[in-house]
Design a binder for this molecule. Structure first.
Ligand SMILES: Nc1ncnc2c1ncn2[C@@H]1O[C@H](COP(=O)(O)OP(=O)(O)O)[C@@H](O)[C@H]1O
Ligand SMILES: N[C@@H](CCOP(=O)(O)O)C(=O)O
Length: 316
């Protein structure tokens, strides 16, 4: 369940009126999701999603909301935050920061084929290019500094072999991040969590990317590797699916060819993408936030993916 804060029809209708989105006709809590309170709000003008942010603060939200608005304005199918007559896109409902966006059509494709991976690769590259002139900046808050901070916290929960792997991979990633090839990687705003459950499809047609609340400025290659590690991995076994990966990489490159530095560091950043989610899943699993409703994902999945990426480096 993902209604942590109840919103009344009157409150929702008042907000819809202030945003000039019409008269509320239905309000329904959304069951999926673990972070925020989400409602589908229907008006006589269309269907919208009302989100009350339970974790992110008024200060953090403008980066994400304006990024979505920027991308939507450049034709990328992402939720577009609605503005009031003063141009504000961050609102307050029941004392919580809140936003209203358009409801994306379609549903998640949880068993993707090569055609879906190609669609994600294509749109990801378009999104990277569209974001390159976004003028706000915030680092990826789940990047290398956070890994260095969090690894010592989760190490006591691991067996010897896991701890050795985690330590050595972190050392390797610090070494990669200090290299000249890494400094040459193109970067900009990235989604950083574009898993299967954050993309909408209508059949084979990609209808939207959403859940931008881990976005930040990082290397474009890291974002691509996060996608390869979810969309192009056989989930039960954690092994690489070369047909799907080639489809994603080719489609990405048709829009934005990878540079020499990106081709060189593809194997290293595929490892980084696996390490990032191994660490966050270990952290969520062993140190759950107080009163959290989060059902932790299985950390060992990304341990397997990381081991696979080390044993069989991915190449173009
Ligand atoms: N703009 C949107 N259009 C359509 N459905 C959405 C939209 N935003 C959220 N949803 C639905 O709400 C669910 C929860 O959203 P999500 O952003 O994953 O929540 P949380 O941040 O709490 O994890 C999604 O799985 C999706 O079904
Ligand atoms: N994709 C991450 C979890 C992030 O949570 P989300 O539901 O907000 O996308 C993982 O699988 O570990």
């Amino acid at each position: 369940m993902a209604v942590f804060t109840e919103v009344t029809e009157t409150q929702a209708n008042d907000l819809m009126q202030a945003l000039n989105l019409g008269q509320l006709t239905a309000l329904r809590g959304i069951e999926g999701g673990i972070e925020n309170t989400n409602y589908f709000a229907t008006t006589d003008q269309g269907e919208y999603v009302l989100t009350l942010f339970e974790r992110l603060t008024q200060a953090q939200l403008p980066f994400y909301l304006h990024l979505m608005k920027h991308l939507a304005g450049r034709g990328i199918p992402v939720p577009d935050p609605a503005a009031n007559r003063d141009g504000d896109i961050l609102h307050t409902v029941s004392g919580k920061p809140a936003a209203v966006v358009n409801k994306l059509a379609g549903k998640s494709q949880l068993a993707p084929q090569a055609v879906h991976c190609a669609a994600v690769g294509d749109m990801l590259a378009r999104m990277h290019l569209a974001g390159s002139d976004y003028n706000r900046s915030q680092p990826n808050l789940r990047g290398l500094p956070w890994w260095n901070e969090t690894v010592p916290v989760v190490l006591p929960y691991l067996d010897e072999a896991q701890a050795a792997l985690l330590r050595s991979e972190l050392a390797y990633q610090n070494h990669v991040a200090a290299s000249s090839a890494y400094a040459a990687l193109p970067r900009g705003p990235v989604h950083a969590d574009l898993f299967r459950d954050n993309v909408m499809f209508d059949g084979e047609q990609l209808t939207g990317f959403f859940d931008f609340y881990f976005a930040g400025v990082d290397t474009w290659l890291f974002d691509l590797c996060v996608c390869l590690n979810d969309w192009c991995i056989d989930l039960p076994m954690g092994v690489h699916d070369s047909e799907r990966a080639q489809a994603m990489l080719q489609a990405y490159q048709q829009v934005r060819p990878l540079s020499a530095a990106e081709r060189e560091l593809l194997p290293a950043l595929a490892r980084a993408g696996a390490l990032r989610f191994w660490i966050s899943r270990l952290w969520d699993y062993h140190l759950p936030r107080e009163a959290s409703m989060l059902k932790p994902h299985d950390p060992t999945h990304f341990e397997r993916v990381l081991r696979g990426r080390i044993a069989q480096p991915i190449h173009l």
